[in-house]
Design a protein. Sequence first.
Length: 307
Amino acid sequence: MQTAYITHPSYLLHDMGSWHPESPARLRAIDDRLHAAHLFDHLIHLEATRVQRSQLLRVHDAAYIDFVEAASPSEGLRELDPDTSMNPHTLEAAWHAAGGAVMAVDRVLRGEVTNAFVACRPPGHHATRNQAMGFCLFNNVAVAAAHALEEHGLERVAIVDFDVHHGNGTEDIFRDEPRLMLCSTFQHPYYPFRGADTVSDHIVNVPLPAGTTGTAYREAFTNLILPRLEAFRPQMLFFSAGFDGHREDDMAQFGLVEADYAWITGQVMDVAARHAGGRIVSVLEGGYDLSSLGRSVAAHIKTLAAL
Ligand SMILES: [Zn+2]
């Protein structure tokens, strides 16, 4: 079993200001922890390629892509949303974040690796078809899942979004796409204040209260998500991998720890083994406390790589 680890130098150059929690230091913390945990040398390291416009167009409106590209500043910051801005390197990073997720799909579906982790920024799951929000510009995991459906002809793919925030952008994009199942656990009520009332046969939203611990989380995941995934029989699985539900991360109020992220990973790997030949692409979303982010990603990757 081999796991690809996909990065790009531009991911470190996107910077929304020293006060902003979605910072380049997040990726340095992950890199540092993968070295400390002796995981780094066991991974297949790949540099992301740039996404193609035709790949973005599967999930974003042309006018929105044009808007983001035109907004790219030559100096300073350009605000797209109160939480989300662009510096002169952001567009390059956003293109390569989506491109890295597409590359992961291609490598996994060609059988070159069993699974892949894309250590990208900016994150993506709040980006809707036509709106940047919540630190997100292009919806990386949505671009990747659409690529698996349209380019590779898969008939059923599933996204498991365990970020503490609801994956509203992903839901917006795939609302009318029954070939895709989205399973999202999230703190409720909390940003982005969506998802709790969704009625859909292929969108499985699991709102959970502030203070949810690993025990309660696992029970909800076991009862509400795993049976739906099993019945859907996805041919490939994706993670919207956000680690901001860690108990040390004060972005939100979940009580998850590294062992919980390893458990989620293992449960979804079991589904993938039964239905999808083990194929998983995991795309980084949130996680803002640097130490727990590094440890949690290490636990996630250690499980993915069976190390
Ligand atoms: Zn989040």
